[in-house]
Design a protein around this ligand. Structure first.
Ligand SMILES: [Zn+2]
Length: 646
């Protein structure tokens, strides 16, 4: 195909998708051809006048009144694989240093921008081409999850995704035998773009808010704070909203989302990763189409059918029984698939999966495959386990999950807890691989992490494959782990949902496991990044006598790390510093890091609590405000001089 033919085809598909709400090809086909065009444009340096890469969205429908957005709505750049996502994270870090990222679901619906003035909802519009959209005020007004008043009294454009929940779709279809809606995305878009607001109302849509466009001072400086702001406004917010620092953490969340995707009551077509801090976003800036501070990780939708041969139940660290489907081997996305996660027993029931029946399997990018649902009625019913498949103990149900209650003696639980405790991000006990830990459990009667510290070299030498050197190394590594730092120790304890980053925050806040064990749920949720589920899990963990016994035993051994913030020293010690304008020698991220290394704290806006404002070229309102408040300002030369002091 010539470039013009590709452009024509994409334009036809985009018209069908955006204007007619009646796509003739799946999104994946559009995206694939779009990528071909992008690559072609990059190599030839030519962009045709009607290329879809020149615009953000589609043409507004003429039958609606046009609405010009106060601020432009950008679409997001895409990452199609974990490799591309890792590259994006690296690029951001290279430019602005270590930053927080937020990770949220990418709802598959219609983007809506709602305008509020003096605390009142005054209008809504579709995205359109990002600059001009269609006025859908009357339609959106009927959506009950969009508040008609909010506490904020200025002017703001708040954006979210208009969606139809799958349960609402099912209810609608049950009520309308002669008007069946097939797809929740098209049902939502069709309802909002309908000239009759009654049709919108009848479909019970939701708007899930995720972004702020133009505003005259919301008083938020990060995505995290914006999300809290939405909650304060009684707006629906993202079901999954996490704040993390590393690619590995982002990947873990995406894998989790891929696992639970089929359980969600709405469609998603990916995951959105954004730089949390708005000041850092400004520094990163925009290309002419996308913000550089956000990316959409798109799920691929390839799926096949195969036979579900049997179900294995795996017992995890917390005793949770996770069903793993054994599949008749099938090719999917270039790999042979033999196993797939089934999430939990509730999921098996909900999807009506049967042993020996045919099932739909999907694999999203390089994510582990998932079973979407039954493809026929064949097979025998899969029963909920009544006892632990490994230790035979009684099981209990908690929500959709089943747990083995024998925390003390169930072998896979013991092994998983020990493996976690010894892992690199936890106590980092080198030499204790999964295999070795199984040997310790099976042959030396190790049951809890405290038992590791009673091991002797003589005992280790009785194990298969152990020589003098290996045994000595392990004894030394176990001994060295007594000096573990508090953040890693908290992580090592293996609390449900407490990852390495949360453990760090808990360490900084409470300073010791003793203090943490007395924390209330209210104190915990007050920490940025900790929600109700995590807080409840922490409180529950410390309510378990066995857990307290192990912590006490570790304390007796001498493991009770405390955490104190290093005393601030340096030129900027104790100073709150604002950076404004651009510096010649440093990016804002680099300058911020240098200030923090010298004891200073970076603030994103000027207030009377700020001690110092570093003023670069083209400084704007922050400089004016600093002058007004009488705050000390320095230029780049003075800043460099201060850096050189230490
Ligand atoms: Zn068990």
């Amino acid at each position: 195909m010539t470039m013009q033919q590709i452009v024509d085809k994409l334009n036809k598909w985009a018209y069908e998708y955006y204007v007619l709400d009646n796509p003739s090809v799946p999104d994946t086909e559009y995206d694939a051809l779009y990528d071909v065009l992008t690559a072609m444009e990059e190599t030839t340096g030519t962009v045709l006048p009607d290329s879809p890469t020149r615009r953000v969205g589609g043409k507004p429908l003429t039958k609606f009144v046009q609405h010009t957005h106060l601020g432009r709505l950008y679409s997001l750049d895409k990452a199609q694989s974990f490799g591309e996502l890792a590259d994006w994270v690296d690029k951001v870090k290279k430019e602005v240093g270590d930053v927080y990222f937020t990770v949220e679901l990418k709802y598959d619906g219609l983007t809506i921008s709602c305008t509020y003035r003096d605390g009142v909802f005054v209008g809504a519009a579709t995205r359109g081409n990002g600059i001009v959209g269609e006025d859908v005020t009357e339609q959106v007004k009927t959506i009950r999850s969009v508040p008609l008043t909010i506490p904020f009294k200025g002017v703001c454009e708040l954006q979210g995704e208009g969606i139809m929940r799958l349960s609402e779709l099912a209810k609608y279809n049950a009520r309308h035998a002669d008007d069946q809606l097939k797809n929740a995305r098209n049902a939502a878009a069709g309802a909002i773009r309908n000239l009759d607001p009654k049709v919108t109302a009848e479909r019970n849509l939701d708007v899930v808010f995720h972004s702020a466009g133009y505003h005259d001072g919301l008083g938020v400086s990060s995505q995290w704070q914006l999300n809290e702001f939405f909650k304060q406004c009684h707006m629906a917010t993202n079901k999954i909203f996490e704040r993390v620092r590393t690619f590995d953490e982002i990947k873990a969340i995406i894998l989790h989302i891929a696992e639970i995707r089929a359980e969600l009551d709405f469609l998603i077509d990916g995951v959105v990763i954004k730089v949390d801090d708005f000041a850092v976003r400004e520094e990163l800036g925009y290309t002419d189409k996308f913000p550089k501070w956000a990316v959409a990780f798109k799920f691929d939708a390839e799926q096949v059918t195969t036979r579900l041969l049997d179900v294995d139940w795996q017992v995890g660290r917390t005793g949770k029984l996770t069903p793993i489907g054994k599949l008749e081997a099938v090719e999917l996305c270039g790999a042979t698939i033999r196993r797939a996660t089934l999430n939990n027993y509730g999921d098996i029931q909900r999807k009506n999966l049967k042993r020996g029946g045919m099932v739909f399997v999907r694999r999203s990018n390089d994510v582990i495959p998932e079973v979407l649902g039954a493809a026929d009625d064949d097979g025998e019913i899969i029963l909920r386990p009544t006892v632990c498949p490994v230790c035979g103990s009684e099981v209990v149900e908690n929500g959709a999950n089943v747990y083995c209650t024998n925390a003390e003696h169930c072998r896979p639980q013991i092994v998983a807890r020990l493996t976690h405790y010894c892992s690199k991000a936890a106590c980092d006990i080198e030499g204790l691989s999964d295999k070795t830990i199984e040997q310790l459990v099976d042959n030396l009667g190790v049951k809890s992490v405290a038992d590791l510290y009673d091991l002797t070299k003589e005992e280790l030498l009785t194990l298969d494959g152990f020589k003098d050197k290996k045994a000595s190394n392990i004894i030394a590594a176990v001994e060295a782990s007594k000096k573990v730092e508090l953040p890693k120790f908290i992580f090592a304890l293996g609390l449900d949902n407490v990852g390495a980053v949360t453990a760090k925050d808990l360490a900084a806040k409470f300073g010791s496991v003793g203090a943490l064990s007395k924390a209330t749920a209210d104190e915990l949720v007050a920490i940025d990044g900790i929600g109700d589920v995590v807080a409840d899990g922490i409180v529950q963990y410390f309510a378990e006598p066995q857990n307290l016994e192990i912590i006490a035993a570790l304390k007796d051994i001498g493991i009770d790390p405390t955490y104190t913030q290093a005393p601030k020293e340096g030129t900027f010690a104790g100073k709150k510093v604002v950076l404004t304008g651009s510096l010649d020698a440093y990016t804002r991220g680099q300058a911020g890091k240098l200030i923090e290394e010298r004891g200073g704290e970076i603030a994103s806006s000027v207030s009377k609590n700020v001690d110092l404002v570093v003023v670069g070229a083209d400084a704007g309102s922050k400089l004016d405000k600093a002058k007004k408040l009488g705050i000390r300002t320095i230029d780049e030369a003075e800043f460099v001089a201060m850096l050189e002091e230490n």
